[in-house]
Design a protein around this ligand. Structure first.
Ligand SMILES: [Zn+2]
Length: 300
Protein backbone atom coordinates (compact mmCIF):
# COMPACT_ATOMS: atom_id res chain seq x y z
CA UNK A 1 0.00 0.00 0.00
CA UNK A 2 2.77 2.35 0.98
CA UNK A 3 4.58 1.37 -2.24
CA UNK A 4 1.48 2.14 -4.35
CA UNK A 5 1.12 5.50 -2.67
CA UNK A 6 4.76 6.35 -3.34
CA UNK A 7 4.45 5.41 -7.01
CA UNK A 8 1.24 7.41 -7.20
CA UNK A 9 2.91 10.41 -5.60
CA UNK A 10 5.90 10.14 -7.93
CA UNK A 11 3.55 10.06 -10.91
CA UNK A 12 1.68 13.12 -9.69
CA UNK A 13 4.99 14.97 -9.28
CA UNK A 14 6.19 13.94 -12.74
CA UNK A 15 2.91 14.91 -14.40
CA UNK A 16 2.84 18.24 -12.54
CA UNK A 17 6.42 19.07 -13.49
CA UNK A 18 5.78 18.15 -17.13
CA UNK A 19 2.54 20.18 -17.20
CA UNK A 20 4.38 23.16 -15.72
CA UNK A 21 7.14 22.76 -18.32
CA UNK A 22 4.57 22.60 -21.14
CA UNK A 23 2.67 25.59 -19.77
CA UNK A 24 5.89 27.63 -19.67
CA UNK A 25 6.99 26.44 -23.12
CA UNK A 26 3.63 27.32 -24.64
CA UNK A 27 3.45 30.76 -23.00
CA UNK A 28 7.02 31.85 -23.69
CA UNK A 29 7.54 34.17 -26.63
CA UNK A 30 10.80 35.62 -27.88
CA UNK A 31 10.59 39.11 -29.41
CA UNK A 32 12.77 40.50 -32.22
CA UNK A 33 12.50 44.12 -33.33
CA UNK A 34 12.67 44.68 -37.09
CA UNK A 35 11.72 48.38 -37.04
CA UNK A 36 10.09 50.84 -34.62
CA UNK A 37 6.70 49.54 -35.72
CA UNK A 38 7.34 45.90 -36.61
CA UNK A 39 8.28 43.02 -34.31
CA UNK A 40 8.44 39.25 -34.72
CA UNK A 41 7.35 36.83 -32.00
CA UNK A 42 8.93 33.37 -31.92
CA UNK A 43 7.33 30.53 -29.95
CA UNK A 44 5.76 27.11 -30.25
CA UNK A 45 4.26 27.40 -33.73
CA UNK A 46 4.62 29.69 -36.72
CA UNK A 47 6.34 33.07 -36.42
CA UNK A 48 4.03 35.99 -35.65
CA UNK A 49 4.44 39.54 -36.99
CA UNK A 50 3.16 42.47 -34.89
CA UNK A 51 2.67 45.78 -36.75
CA UNK A 52 1.91 49.06 -35.01
CA UNK A 53 -0.35 51.35 -37.04
CA UNK A 54 -2.21 54.58 -36.28
CA UNK A 55 -5.48 52.60 -36.42
CA UNK A 56 -4.42 49.77 -34.10
CA UNK A 57 -2.27 46.65 -34.05
CA UNK A 58 -2.20 44.23 -36.98
CA UNK A 59 -0.79 40.72 -36.57
CA UNK A 60 0.09 37.90 -38.92
CA UNK A 61 -0.68 34.40 -37.58
CA UNK A 62 -1.58 33.33 -34.04
CA UNK A 63 0.43 30.15 -33.23
CA UNK A 64 -0.92 26.84 -31.94
CA UNK A 65 -3.00 27.31 -28.80
CA UNK A 66 -5.66 29.77 -27.70
CA UNK A 67 -3.48 30.40 -24.65
CA UNK A 68 -0.80 31.65 -27.04
CA UNK A 69 -3.34 33.93 -28.70
CA UNK A 70 -3.91 35.48 -25.26
CA UNK A 71 -0.17 35.87 -24.75
CA UNK A 72 0.27 37.39 -28.24
CA UNK A 73 -2.44 39.93 -27.38
CA UNK A 74 -0.60 40.89 -24.17
CA UNK A 75 2.80 41.21 -25.85
CA UNK A 76 1.29 43.15 -28.78
CA UNK A 77 -0.26 45.59 -26.30
CA UNK A 78 3.11 46.02 -24.56
CA UNK A 79 4.84 46.68 -27.90
CA UNK A 80 2.29 49.03 -29.49
CA UNK A 81 -0.04 50.23 -26.73
CA UNK A 82 -2.98 49.45 -29.01
CA UNK A 83 -5.41 46.53 -29.24
CA UNK A 84 -5.32 44.07 -32.14
CA UNK A 85 -7.79 45.18 -34.81
CA UNK A 86 -6.79 42.75 -37.57
CA UNK A 87 -5.43 39.21 -37.76
CA UNK A 88 -4.01 37.94 -41.04
CA UNK A 89 -3.77 34.13 -41.34
CA UNK A 90 -1.02 33.07 -43.76
CA UNK A 91 -2.69 29.65 -44.27
CA UNK A 92 -4.97 27.21 -42.49
CA UNK A 93 -2.56 25.04 -40.46
CA UNK A 94 -3.24 24.91 -36.75
CA UNK A 95 0.20 26.18 -35.73
CA UNK A 96 -0.72 29.47 -37.46
CA UNK A 97 -4.44 29.75 -36.66
CA UNK A 98 -5.33 28.08 -33.38
CA UNK A 99 -4.60 31.19 -31.33
CA UNK A 100 -7.35 33.01 -33.29
CA UNK A 101 -10.19 32.33 -30.78
CA UNK A 102 -8.39 34.52 -28.21
CA UNK A 103 -9.17 37.65 -30.23
CA UNK A 104 -12.10 39.94 -29.54
CA UNK A 105 -15.39 40.28 -31.41
CA UNK A 106 -15.09 42.83 -34.20
CA UNK A 107 -11.58 41.80 -35.19
CA UNK A 108 -10.92 41.64 -38.94
CA UNK A 109 -9.61 38.20 -39.87
CA UNK A 110 -8.09 38.12 -43.33
CA UNK A 111 -7.05 35.10 -45.40
CA UNK A 112 -7.28 33.70 -48.90
CA UNK A 113 -10.51 32.04 -50.00
CA UNK A 114 -8.72 28.68 -50.12
CA UNK A 115 -7.60 29.04 -46.50
CA UNK A 116 -11.17 29.70 -45.39
CA UNK A 117 -12.28 26.68 -47.42
CA UNK A 118 -9.73 24.40 -45.71
CA UNK A 119 -10.59 25.75 -42.25
CA UNK A 120 -14.31 25.10 -42.84
CA UNK A 121 -13.66 21.60 -44.17
CA UNK A 122 -11.04 20.45 -41.70
CA UNK A 123 -11.03 22.56 -38.58
CA UNK A 124 -14.38 24.31 -37.96
CA UNK A 125 -14.78 22.66 -34.53
CA UNK A 126 -11.87 24.64 -33.13
CA UNK A 127 -13.70 27.88 -33.91
CA UNK A 128 -17.13 26.76 -32.63
CA UNK A 129 -16.98 28.99 -29.54
CA UNK A 130 -15.45 31.95 -31.37
CA UNK A 131 -16.85 31.93 -34.91
CA UNK A 132 -15.94 35.63 -35.25
CA UNK A 133 -12.29 34.52 -35.44
CA UNK A 134 -12.78 32.50 -38.62
CA UNK A 135 -11.60 34.54 -41.63
CA UNK A 136 -14.26 37.18 -42.35
CA UNK A 137 -12.42 38.97 -45.19
CA UNK A 138 -11.10 36.72 -47.96
CA UNK A 139 -9.54 37.18 -51.38
CA UNK A 140 -7.73 35.42 -54.16
CA UNK A 141 -4.85 37.00 -56.09
CA UNK A 142 -3.87 40.32 -54.51
CA UNK A 143 -5.49 42.27 -51.68
CA UNK A 144 -4.43 45.71 -50.42
CA UNK A 145 -4.97 46.92 -46.86
CA UNK A 146 -4.40 50.38 -45.42
CA UNK A 147 -4.23 50.98 -41.66
CA UNK A 148 -3.58 54.66 -40.92
CA UNK A 149 -0.07 55.32 -42.22
CA UNK A 150 0.72 51.69 -43.11
CA UNK A 151 0.21 49.95 -46.44
CA UNK A 152 0.05 46.18 -46.68
CA UNK A 153 -0.04 44.11 -49.80
CA UNK A 154 -1.34 40.55 -49.46
CA UNK A 155 -0.35 38.29 -52.33
CA UNK A 156 -1.29 34.70 -53.04
CA UNK A 157 1.72 33.76 -55.21
CA UNK A 158 0.75 30.19 -56.11
CA UNK A 159 0.96 26.58 -55.02
CA UNK A 160 3.62 25.39 -52.60
CA UNK A 161 3.02 24.54 -48.97
CA UNK A 162 -0.77 24.46 -49.61
CA UNK A 163 -2.90 25.97 -52.39
CA UNK A 164 -3.94 28.93 -50.23
CA UNK A 165 -0.83 30.52 -48.72
CA UNK A 166 -0.46 34.27 -48.73
CA UNK A 167 2.56 36.56 -48.41
CA UNK A 168 2.26 39.89 -46.57
CA UNK A 169 4.31 42.87 -47.77
CA UNK A 170 4.81 45.54 -45.07
CA UNK A 171 5.57 48.30 -47.56
CA UNK A 172 6.89 50.99 -45.18
CA UNK A 173 9.15 48.47 -43.40
CA UNK A 174 10.59 46.74 -46.50
CA UNK A 175 9.71 43.39 -44.89
CA UNK A 176 7.60 40.43 -46.01
CA UNK A 177 6.05 37.65 -43.94
CA UNK A 178 6.01 34.48 -46.05
CA UNK A 179 4.17 32.10 -43.75
CA UNK A 180 5.10 28.52 -44.54
CA UNK A 181 6.02 29.23 -48.14
CA UNK A 182 9.43 29.66 -46.48
CA UNK A 183 10.93 27.37 -43.86
CA UNK A 184 14.31 28.84 -43.00
CA UNK A 185 16.80 26.13 -42.01
CA UNK A 186 14.11 23.50 -41.49
CA UNK A 187 12.52 20.71 -43.53
CA UNK A 188 9.09 21.94 -44.69
CA UNK A 189 5.69 20.39 -44.41
CA UNK A 190 4.31 19.79 -47.92
CA UNK A 191 0.52 19.54 -47.70
CA UNK A 192 -0.29 17.75 -50.96
CA UNK A 193 -3.78 16.96 -49.62
CA UNK A 194 -4.56 20.69 -49.43
CA UNK A 195 -3.21 21.41 -52.90
CA UNK A 196 0.45 21.89 -51.97
CA UNK A 197 3.07 21.05 -54.58
CA UNK A 198 6.79 20.32 -54.66
CA UNK A 199 6.81 20.88 -58.43
CA UNK A 200 5.14 24.30 -58.31
CA UNK A 201 6.89 25.63 -55.20
CA UNK A 202 10.08 27.06 -56.88
CA UNK A 203 8.04 29.14 -59.36
CA UNK A 204 5.86 30.40 -56.50
CA UNK A 205 9.03 31.55 -54.72
CA UNK A 206 10.19 33.22 -57.95
CA UNK A 207 6.95 35.24 -58.06
CA UNK A 208 7.48 36.19 -54.41
CA UNK A 209 10.98 37.44 -55.25
CA UNK A 210 9.39 39.93 -57.72
CA UNK A 211 7.90 41.83 -54.75
CA UNK A 212 9.67 44.81 -53.19
CA UNK A 213 11.37 44.01 -49.85
CA UNK A 214 14.70 43.45 -48.13
CA UNK A 215 14.03 41.31 -45.09
CA UNK A 216 11.94 38.18 -44.77
CA UNK A 217 10.00 36.63 -41.89
CA UNK A 218 9.67 32.89 -42.60
CA UNK A 219 6.91 30.70 -41.20
CA UNK A 220 9.53 28.87 -39.16
CA UNK A 221 13.16 29.69 -38.40
CA UNK A 222 15.02 32.99 -38.04
CA UNK A 223 14.46 36.20 -40.03
CA UNK A 224 16.35 36.16 -43.32
CA UNK A 225 16.61 37.96 -46.67
CA UNK A 226 16.40 37.30 -50.41
CA UNK A 227 19.37 34.93 -50.23
CA UNK A 228 17.42 32.82 -47.72
CA UNK A 229 14.55 32.47 -50.20
CA UNK A 230 17.00 31.57 -52.98
CA UNK A 231 18.56 28.85 -50.82
CA UNK A 232 15.17 27.32 -50.02
CA UNK A 233 14.20 27.59 -53.70
CA UNK A 234 17.29 25.53 -54.66
CA UNK A 235 16.30 22.95 -52.04
CA UNK A 236 12.73 22.68 -53.39
CA UNK A 237 14.05 22.49 -56.98
CA UNK A 238 16.29 19.55 -56.02
CA UNK A 239 13.30 17.80 -54.45
CA UNK A 240 11.35 18.34 -57.68
CA UNK A 241 14.22 16.86 -59.71
CA UNK A 242 14.35 13.83 -57.40
CA UNK A 243 10.62 13.26 -57.92
CA UNK A 244 10.95 13.59 -61.70
CA UNK A 245 13.98 11.23 -61.79
CA UNK A 246 11.97 8.62 -59.88
CA UNK A 247 9.32 8.72 -62.61
CA UNK A 248 11.83 8.74 -65.48
CA UNK A 249 13.68 5.73 -64.04
CA UNK A 250 10.64 3.91 -62.58
CA UNK A 251 12.15 4.03 -59.10
CA UNK A 252 10.32 2.75 -56.02
CA UNK A 253 9.94 4.99 -52.98
CA UNK A 254 12.58 2.88 -51.19
CA UNK A 255 15.11 3.42 -53.97
CA UNK A 256 14.27 7.11 -54.17
CA UNK A 257 14.86 7.58 -50.44
CA UNK A 258 18.51 6.56 -50.99
CA UNK A 259 19.09 9.52 -53.33
CA UNK A 260 22.32 11.49 -53.11
CA UNK A 261 20.86 14.31 -55.24
CA UNK A 262 19.55 16.22 -52.22
CA UNK A 263 22.41 18.41 -50.96
CA UNK A 264 20.75 21.77 -50.30
CA UNK A 265 19.43 20.52 -46.94
CA UNK A 266 22.89 20.72 -45.36
CA UNK A 267 22.39 22.15 -41.85
CA UNK A 268 18.59 21.81 -41.92
CA UNK A 269 17.05 20.80 -38.60
CA UNK A 270 13.77 19.11 -37.80
CA UNK A 271 11.10 21.34 -36.31
CA UNK A 272 10.19 20.43 -32.75
CA UNK A 273 7.03 21.11 -30.84
CA UNK A 274 8.66 19.88 -27.60
CA UNK A 275 9.42 16.70 -29.64
CA UNK A 276 10.18 16.36 -33.38
CA UNK A 277 6.97 16.23 -35.45
CA UNK A 278 8.16 14.16 -38.40
CA UNK A 279 9.29 16.91 -40.76
CA UNK A 280 12.59 15.35 -41.81
CA UNK A 281 14.58 14.32 -44.89
CA UNK A 282 12.69 11.05 -45.56
CA UNK A 283 9.38 12.92 -45.23
CA UNK A 284 10.18 15.55 -47.89
CA UNK A 285 11.62 12.97 -50.32
CA UNK A 286 8.52 10.82 -49.79
CA UNK A 287 6.25 13.74 -50.60
CA UNK A 288 8.26 14.55 -53.77
CA UNK A 289 7.96 10.90 -54.86
CA UNK A 290 4.24 10.74 -54.05
CA UNK A 291 3.41 13.86 -56.06
CA UNK A 292 5.58 12.88 -59.03
CA UNK A 293 4.13 9.36 -59.15
CA UNK A 294 0.54 10.37 -58.39
CA UNK A 295 0.46 8.06 -55.36
CA UNK A 296 -0.41 10.20 -52.40
CA UNK A 297 -0.82 8.46 -49.07
CA UNK A 298 -3.05 10.90 -47.19
CA UNK A 299 -1.66 12.27 -43.93
CA UNK A 300 -3.52 13.89 -41.10
ZN1 LIG B 1 1.93 25.19 -42.34
Amino acid sequence: MVWVTRVGLALVVIITVFAAYLFTAVRSLEVEKLSDDLHVLFGMGGNVAVLNTADGTVIVDTMTFEMQGDRIKEVAMELTGKPVIAVINSHYHLDHTHGNPAFDPGVRVVSTERTLHHLKQLDSEHFADAPHTMPNETFSGVHRLVFGDKHLQLVSPGLGHTDGDLVVVFEEEGVIHMGDLLFNGHYPNIDLEAGGSVKAWPATLERTLQLTFDRVIPGHGPVTDRAGIRQFQRFMAQLGQIGQASVDNSMSLEETLKTDLLTEDAGYEEIKMVVPIGLDRPFVITRAWEEANGKITPRK
